[in-house]
Design a protein around this ligand. Structure first.
Ligand code: GLN
Length: 476
């Protein structure tokens, strides 16, 4: 079976050509065959089959939900009651969720089938999935290359057709960057659109959950199911949530005005083939009669430094809950309270997580607070003001997703700054909280896919989906 959209699955379910049980068995066979990718840390096969049986019955009765037929993987930082969740960290090894993340709850309520838990960088910190305590994930297009991160397992799973869709989380690009590297659609909703309840927190003012899919319609449907007010997350907007999967199809995309970020397209760090592809896309859009104009955004080079000051500060606070006392790993070598804290954290956390906790603690320390944290907050405000100013004149912003295609294992692993610079084009959407998507439109001469990124207006996912769908279908 090679279904790449829920629409195709629904059509065949209706015609009786396939059942949810057959679909799940098929995915399970492929997961087993592609085990070497290490995309799943755990597969809930029997449970998924049992759910499928129940949903097949609902389909017969005509009572099935919107997502009936959708088999989903979830990133290992989302709580699913009674199931393990570790943030791909040793410090949470064996820990079981006590409740459902709101997003998980809402997907299940619409009859999605959750097939397993996907590998990721430890606590979603990374751009290559090399930072998981449970081994790296391989890129399905070339096993010598990284799938991207931190949602590398979720993305590789969708790219290798091990599930129809997957959930990731995006704090600085962790959905869009791997989507670019693996050739799938990856979308980060507006900050405050999707509940973070039950998402292991990394940097709370940046984190959002979003979908990885093969097409826009599936992404829109998943966001419409997940989004909206939740009493457990006070940062959510109370704007009503449209049926994105229906509404985006009504948008007249011809009238949309597009800005492209000149400073990004001309950036010296950008792979020349990706630059050429973007220029071709811009020309193709102009030929179709669109207004596509350059906009200046000179702050791009400040994106990565301010992102890493702010997110490590938040991480140092969020991760203090892993103390060896309440839950998770407790060092057997500890002798008293203080050594319990120290040894549990020393032995439980990986190097990258420790680096960020220390960096975050440093930028928040009294002597350096003004020089780093407070300054980065001011830069954050400038980012929002200048990006919103562009979006006053234009409906969408076009920019690269990643500076290059998927890199080789080990290439950036020893140099954190090199690794952090991978996030240069994705963090703007998180710093500003705007919605953004990576579309699998490019193909590098080395055979690897790469993405094109669109950023939209706050809470206007409808236009973002509409133009994405249009872009996925125009010849360039
Ligand atoms: N690569 C970025 C980081 O390491 C993004 C991570 C994310 O979005 N979760 O922080």
């Amino acid at each position: 079976m090679n279904y790449r959209s829920l629409q195709a699955i629904k059509r065949d379910l209706k015609l009786g050509k396939v059942t949810c049980q057959a679909l799940v068995s098929d995915y399970l066979t492929r997961i087993e065959k592609e085990k070497h990718l290490n995309a799943f840390l755990e597969v809930w096969g029997d449970e998924a089959l049992a759910q499928a049986k129940g949903i097949d019955e609902k389909i017969q009765k005509g009572t099935a939900g919107k997502l009936a037929g959708m088999v989903i993987g979830i990133k290992d930082n989302l709580c699913y009651k009674g199931h393990k969740v570790t943030g791909s960290s040793k410090i949470l090894e064996g820990f079981e969720s006590l409740y459902n993340a709101t997003v998980v709850e809402r997907l299940i309520a619409e009859d999605a089938i959750i097939i397993g838990r996907c590998n990721c960088d430890e606590f979603a910190m990374g751009s290559s999935n090399e930072k998981s305590a449970y081994g790296k994930v391989l890129n399905p297009h070339d096993n010598k290359r990284v799938p991207g991160g931190s949602s590398g397992g979720s993305t590789a799973a969708v790219a290798a057709n091990l599930c129809l869709a997957a959930l990731g989380s995006d704090t600085g690009g962790s959905i869009r960057q791997p989507a670019s590297f693996c050739g799938v659609v990856g979308m980060k909703p507006t900050y405050g659109k999707v509940s973070r309840y039950g998402l292991l927190a990394y940097a709370s003012s940046f984190d959002q959950v979003g979908p990885l899919t093969n097409n826009i319609e599936d992404a829109a449907l998943i966001v419409e199911v997940m989004a909206g007010k939740d009493e457990y997350d006070s940062t959510l907007s109370d704007k009503p949530i449209p049926d994105y999967s229906i509404e985006y199809k009504k948008v007249d995309t011809k009238k949309l005005r597009i800005a492209y970020l000149k400073d990004c397209v001309e950036h010296t760090g950008l792979d020349p083939e990706i630059r050429a592809h973007l220029e071709k896309t811009i020309d193709a859009l102009k030929k179709q009669g669109h207004v596509v104009e350059p906009a200046s955004f000179p702050l791009t080079d400040y994106a990565v430094p301010s992102y890493y000051v702010l997110t490590t500060a938040e991480a140092s606070s969020n991760l203090s809950r892993y103390s060896g006392i309440n839950y998770g790993y407790r060092s057997p070598n500890a002798t008293d309270l203080e050594s319990t804290y120290k040894k549990s954290r020393t032995e439980g956390f990986g190097t990258e997580v420790k680096r960020r906790i220390m960096l975050g603690t440093f930028v928040l320390s009294s002597g350096y607070f003004d020089a780093y944290y407070s300054k980065a907050q001011k830069v954050r405000r400038l980012f929002s003001e200048q990006t919103e100013a562009i979006l006053k004149d234009y409906d969408l912003i076009l920019l690269p997703s990643t500076p290059g295609p998927a890199f080789l294992f080990g290439q950036n692993d020893l140099d954190p700054v090199k690794m952090y610079l991978e996030d240069i084009f994705t963090v703007q959407a998180n710093i500003t909280g705007l919605p953004a998507i990576s579309l699998p439109l490019g193909k590098h001469s080395n055979g690897m896919p790469f993405g094109v990124q669109l950023m939209g207006k706050r809470h206007d996912e409808t236009t973002l989906f509409a133009f994405s769908d249009y872009l996925m279908n125009i010849p360039t």
